[in-house]
Design a protein around this ligand. Structure first.
Ligand SMILES: Cc1cc2nc3c(=O)[nH]c(=O)nc-3n(C[C@H](O)[C@H](O)[C@H](O)COP(=O)(O)OP(=O)(O)OC[C@H]3O[C@@H](n4cnc5c(N)ncnc54)[C@H](O)[C@@H]3O)c2cc1C
Length: 402
């Protein structure tokens, strides 16, 4: 039997799976082709509505789709990949920290293990702070915020994700300081200065203090220490400090200076290994510059890999990745946002609606997408001040898969 192994349960592998099944689903059903997913998380996390979850507008169970539901024809292994042997075409993994290492052979391997915050670079962050990429970490932050109503919060990292998060936390009534090592926030959007200015204005309107030119260096249970020697009193530090690609041993010779797996135009790393998303360096088909690390590019990369793997299994040559981009979007509270579509900037309600349509389209579960719409419709009838007051209640845990 032929076996395709997908590492990770994020956007890349979900879309590689879907495309592969569209092309070779018959072979999977007949037992000629096995798709195995090795993922450290049992669910696919839809990060797009993180701000809405934190602000208590969208229920958390809408944003987690169990992999068994999202990839029903695949064998799911809940475990962490620990190595790849590209000569023998095997992957090693553990089902738990103390579990023995197991091995799995593959014919084609898709690496979609994404990235994580560099917690080791900030003393105390792993122990006392919050990160957002691991299983249930966003929900853990939402739970924590309910225990410190109105308390001061430090968000480290002034990229778009950090700025959105700061706004969402402020919408819950917390005093927020956004700490950023660069000289201005939202640098990924520098080609759209009007939108960056609008983002900064949204933060100012919510009373978010923005500290630029300093970095978070230490976290204790009651303080955040910054590189300029200042100390902020807070029991809540959240890291949105950029990302480091997850490194799976055995693939190091193909990494770039940022730890991303270098990919060819086909998205192959080396024969039999494919990569995209936050773990990979994918060149834009026209500019040849690395594409941004965001969900859209991970999704499109995954789609392309699914097609390429199907072609490889049929003995055909892989084609080049040709996707040129669409746009990007960010939200600053209910009904307000910034977005860019094919280079055209939008702000306010139009931008927010564009983002909503775009994100709903890419949610892996139609039922959950409908649930998000229901949550937003419910929220629309509540004034912003009342919304803040009910944030903790709406954001309370709901059973996963509900
Ligand atoms: C809080 C937050 C908000 C965001 N908001 C937006 C947004 O609004 N718009 C946007 O476009 N992008 C957004 N992003 C970025 C977007 O989520 C990522 O670019 C996207 O998830 C990358 O997809 P991926 O498939 O490469 O990795 P991921 O979706 O991160 O998936 C990685 C998978 O690999 C698993 N994994 C990790 N290590 C291992 C291992 N060793 N073995 C097995 N499995 C492993 C993980 O558990 C996970 O299932 C946001 C990210 C965050 C954290």
């Amino acid at each position: 039997m032929t076996r395709v192994v997908l590492l990770g349960g994020g956007y890349v592998t979900l879309h590689a799976y879907a495309t592969l099944v569209r092309r070779l689903g018959g072979a999977v059903r007949r037992g000629e082709l096995e798709i195995v997913v090795v993922s450290a998380d049992h669910a696919h996390r839809f990060h797009g509505f993180t701000g809405e979850l934190i602000a208590g507008v969208v229920r958390r169970d809408r944003l987690a789709t169990p992999l068994a539901e999202a990839m029903p024809l695949a064998r799911i292994i809940l475990g962490r990949a620990t190595g790849v042997d590209t000569d023998r075409r095997t992957v090693s993994f553990r089902r738990g920290d103390d579990a023995p290492i197991e091995h799995l052979s593959y014919d084609e391997l898709v690496v979609g293990t994404g990235a994580k915050e560099p917690t080791a670079e900030v003393a105390g962050l792993r122990r006392y702070g919050h990160t957002l990429r691991g299983p249930d970490e966003i929900s853990a932050l939402a739970d924590h915020l309910t225990t410190v109503p109105g308390g001061p919060v430090v968000v480290a990292g002034g990229g778009v994700a950090g700025a959105e998060l700061a706004a969402a936390v402020a919408d819950r009534g917390h005093g927020v300081t956004l700490v950023h090592s660069g000289d201005h926030i939202m640098g990924e959007w520098d080609d759209q200065p009007r939108l960056v200015a609008r983002g900064a204005a949204e933060l100012a309107e919510r009373g978010v203090t923005v500290r630029t030119g300093v970095r978070l260096v230490e976290v204790t249970p009651t303080t955040a220490h910054l590189s300029d020697g200042s100390v902020l009193a807070t029991g809540t530090v959240v890291a949105a400090t950029g990302q480091r690609p997850v490194r799976i041993p055995g693939l190091d010779r193909w990494r770039d200076e940022h730890g991303r797996l270098r990919t060819h135009r086909t998205l192959a790393v080396t024969p039999g290994v494919w990569a995209a998303g936050d773990a990979a360096r994918v060149a834009h088909p026209v500019t040849r510059r690395p594409v941004p690390a965001n969900a859209l590019w991970a999704i499109k990369g995954g789609d392309h890999i699914g097609r390429s793997v199907a072609r490889a299994l049929r003995g055909r040559r892989a084609t080049h990745f040709g996707y040129r981009g669409l746009g990007r979007a960010a939200s600053f509270g209910f009904g307000d946002g910034i977005s860019e579509l094919y280079g055209i900037p939008f702000t306010g309600a139009v931008a927010w609606l564009l983002r909503l349509v775009f994100f709903l389209r890419f949610m892996p579960s139609r039922a959950r997408a409908a649930g998000v719409v229901a949550d937003l419709a419910r929220s629309a009838s509540v004034p912003r001040t009342a919304r803040r007051a009910t944030a903790a209640r709406v954001g309370a845990p709901a059973p996963e898969g509900a």
